[in-house]
Write a protein that binds this ligand. Structure first.
Ligand code: GYE
Length: 340
């Protein structure tokens, strides 16, 4: 099923790319397509904030895609607070926008406000993260990434790498893992943690690994550094592996590891998720080992989906964007091709 959706996505992105390649005429056509019944489409979009390099790329993708599609975007930044997102969605409803899209900072607590949107007959698209609702019909479509799959990829890569490099635990007989988690209650932090643990439990050599400590670093560089400092204070000579739920926290942690007199990427194997340019540079510098891709370029598919919904066309309930994995040995070759 996922393969089919990926294929459909690839086809629609291709169609989009072709559609955008025709210069002025293509732009005029897009603008025409973006108006329903002669009126320009207005989309209310609630973003969660600007906590990471990934988020900056995500916001940029949404804004430029809206422009290219001729959609009037009402953009609101919630500064990491769910209550601000709920306020923004209420104000979009009061304004009577044509469609609402939002990134749910946490999984739960959306039923009431989404019911208000439904009552006002405004369709809702969930972007990037997942929601847990009592009634799935409160949103039309979800566009984003598969965080459970990302967490699994992280563990499986670690297991393969430790064997390939013939790594030995720094103390005792098990590899000690520390985890920097994302925002508490967010679907991505929950999914990445669960995917990682599931893959670990299913591995034939599961007994070789143990999670020594796991704490939130709130997806920021600063908090990642602080929490890693505290991990190192108690377990400096035990930690073998760091799994950070995003690259920014890994980059903060690298500073803490160096300050503790250890070699990031060597004494401690480091893997995180996102694949932003900063992490590629850290890998080129020999300070990190791998990044699992999480694709923030969701703008075009979001605008395309919004137009289809307003044209009363069928859209898939869940669209996952395609994602890769980049170990350090491909970093130098891959960095010039990276778009974020
Ligand atoms: O991994 C992280 C960001 O929701 C997938 O949020 C997104 C995550 C991303 O701040 O860097």
């Amino acid at each position: 099923m996922k393969k089919i959706i990926s294929l459909l996505l690839a086809i629609s992105l291709l169609v989009l790319a072709v559609g955008c390649g025709g210069g002025d005429q293509a732009k005029k056509d897009d603008a025409k397509a973006a108006s329903s019944g002669g009126k320009q489409i207005t989309m209310g979009f609630s973003q969660i904030g600007a906590e990471s390099e990934w988020r900056t790329a995500h916001t940029e993708s949404i804004k430029s895609a809206a422009k290219a599609a001729g959609i009037n975007l009402q953009f609101s930044d919630a500064q990491q607070k769910q209550e601000n997102q709920i306020k923004a969605i209420r104000s979009f409803i009061a304004q009577g926008v044509d469609i609402i899209a939002f990134v749910p900072i946490v999984e739960t607590g959306w039923d009431t406000v989404l019911k208000e949107a439904k009552d006002a007959k405004i369709p809702v698209i969930v972007v990037d993260r997942d929601v847990k609702l009592s009634d799935e019909s409160l949103y039309i479509a979800k566009i984003g990434t598969d965080s459970v799959a990302e967490g699994k990829k992280v563990f499986n890569w670690i297991d393969e790498y430790m064997k390939k490099e013939n790594k030995q635990p720094r103390s005792g007989d098990k590899f000690n893992i520390v985890v920097l988690e994302g925002t508490v209650g967010s679907s991505v932090a929950i999914g990445r943690a669960n995917g990682f643990k599931e893959a670990m439990a299913a591995a034939p050599d599961a007994a070789k690994y143990t999670i020594l400590a796991s704490q939130t670093g709130e997806f920021t560089r600063q908090k990642g550094q602080e929490v890693m400092e505290s991990f190192l204070k108690s377990d400096r000579d035990k930690i073998d592996i760091l799994f950070a739920h995003n690259d920014d926290m890994a980059l903060g942690a690298i500073q803490a590891i160096e300050a503790a007199g250890l070699k990031p990427g060597k004494d401690i194997t480091i893997i995180s998720i996102d694949s932003v340019k900063g992490m590629f540079q850290a890998m080129i510098d020999g300070k990190a080992n791998c990044t699992v891709e999480c694709n923030p370029l969701q703008g075009d598919i979001l605008m395309e989906t919004a137009k289809k919904i307003l044209n009363k066309e069928e859209v898939p309930k869940n669209v996952y964007v395609e994602e890769g994995i980049f170990p350090a040995d491909v970093a130098a070759k891959t960095l010039p091709e990276r778009k974020y």
